[in-house]
Design a protein around this ligand. Sequence first.
Ligand code: PBG
Length: 332
Amino acid sequence: MKILGSFPKTRLRRMRKSRWIRNLISENNISNNDLVLPIFVREGKNKIDQIKNMPGVSRYSVDRLPSILNQVKKYRIPMVALFPYTPEIKKDQLGSEALNENNLICKSIKFIKNNFPEIGIMCDVALDPYTLHGHDGIVIKNEIDNDETIKVLIKQALLQAKMGCDVIAPSDMMDGRIKAIRQALDKNNFKNVCILSYAIKYASNFYGPFRDAVGSSSKLKNDKKTYQMDFRNSSEAYREVGLDIKEGADMVMVKPGMIYLDVINNIKNNFKVPVLAYQVSGEYSLIKNGIEKKILKEDSIIESIISFKRAGACAIVTYFAIDVAKIIKSAN
Ligand code: PBG
């Protein structure tokens, strides 16, 4: 890289002298348009319960969704990502509840489309909220069977599209599922339903609080290393992205986010495709706990979110979405 300027003629501190000049030359900014809020839904009526280890994040029964969606609407957050907390009795080995037309996700999509039509909806395609073993796919002879799982994922994606989901987000990491889901969507007249592939999903230790939130952690046998990516790798990540784009993904997700900024940056530079980052539950909880214990300042939230923009993400899925939108609004 060519070095521009030299001291003493060049003094970079000149452009840090006051708030207005720092604002003037800032290279990256965050807007409400860059945010996606994950929402956990639960069964029952008039229920809102706080999630263990995720201070400030709750699960909502469908009738109480307006308490959070009114804020999403007020702050013009473009999209929400829905995740269900499925009662144990509805789980089985095959995750059959994923295909129930009356499951929590279907009810939530319909409710949101009827009452908040301006909000985009993204849904996970994976079986872990519905299986007794907590894995994202079908287990056959102690293995997560790729091709048998895809057959179910296609049905899950079609059901979500039929209910009105705008963005189908396969987060299961099976090979070839984007192609299969795109073909099925097209064949069933869902040509305009988008696919956001969790192309790069690492087998991460930072999903802990989420697994408690959807009730899959106590059940999870072993880990997800036979399908989620090894965190020592990045070349493999770009192969994943290349394949998923070829198969028909409209956008790709990198997950977790903060500890994989290098991967986000490389995708941004090498593939001309929208890349989103997921600031996952463990990343959220670390920052949130730090703020609550007064170890960190609240501004840490914006610093963490800007890091994704600097790396090249077009949007960030974050449990801080409403906090961030409020901070942006109060700064204007
Ligand atoms: C499930 C899924 C996970 C997350 C989103 N979808 C967890 C997992 O793969 O075990 C994690 C999100 C978070 O930690 O915030 N396929």
